[in-house]
Design a protein around this ligand. Sequence first.
Ligand SMILES: C[S@@+](CC[C@H](N)C(=O)[O-])C[C@H]1O[C@@H](n2cnc3c(N)ncnc32)[C@H](O)[C@@H]1O
Length: 235
Amino acid sequence: MLPPNRSPSPEFSPLAIGEDLSPLPAYKAAGTASIDFGGLLGAEPLKLREDLASGCGGQTWPAGMVLGRHMLRYHRDDLRDARILELGAGGGLVGLAVAKACAVDKPLYVTDQVEMHLLMEHNIVLNHLEDKAKAAILNWGEPLPQEIVAFKPDVILAADCVYFEPAFPLLLATLSEILRLCPSATIYFCFKKRRRADMQFMRKAQKMFRVTEVEDEDRPEFSREGLFLYTFRAL
Ligand SMILES: C[S@@+](CC[C@H](N)C(=O)[O-])C[C@H]1O[C@@H](n2cnc3c(N)ncnc32)[C@H](O)[C@@H]1O
């Protein structure tokens, strides 16, 4: 049994669809994908082991692709001093793309629940990023692990973390705790609206944080698909 404040992931089934909107991504067989974020990684794509045996984060989700592209296009050279942490990283799609191609001095953290830990570590090694990225367990709604408190992250990446309503208060609690720990932090938050409840999440976030829609040349395209990209900062 999970402890009371842990959210299980929803059943990941090819038949599962949002109650009123778009389906979850199609079920993929386990394997290793090569992802170049629309050419932004050039001749050196990210290799990503995908395996749904570890949970729904075991494959790439659309908001991860959008946030990855955004970071590679607009933040290659301005993150040198940043202390970067990815929440709900799954296999590490966004964080590992940043670790691979953005100029960052400190190793960043990709974090998720324990079920995803081996997959995150596998993908770090697969891309030879051992000096640039670390995997850690970070359960939303629980106190931040001591190593994360000591790290004091100031750039947070969160992609497709809004997909399971029982986890919304836990995620909001973790985002608040991070902004309390580092009031100057910026959270890059990308999600795909699938259900009406997803907008409830955003309404709550707008009361708790300073929410700004982010400029991106791909926005007309991704907003047609129900994807949104925001920054959250402390009020
Ligand atoms: C839909 S996946 C997105 C994965 C990746 N960010 C992407 O865009 O491809 C959401 C991730 O959030 C993680 N997650 C769900 N509930 C969580 C919780 N309570 N604490 C930490 N991570 C959680 C899941 O394990 C999963 O990897």
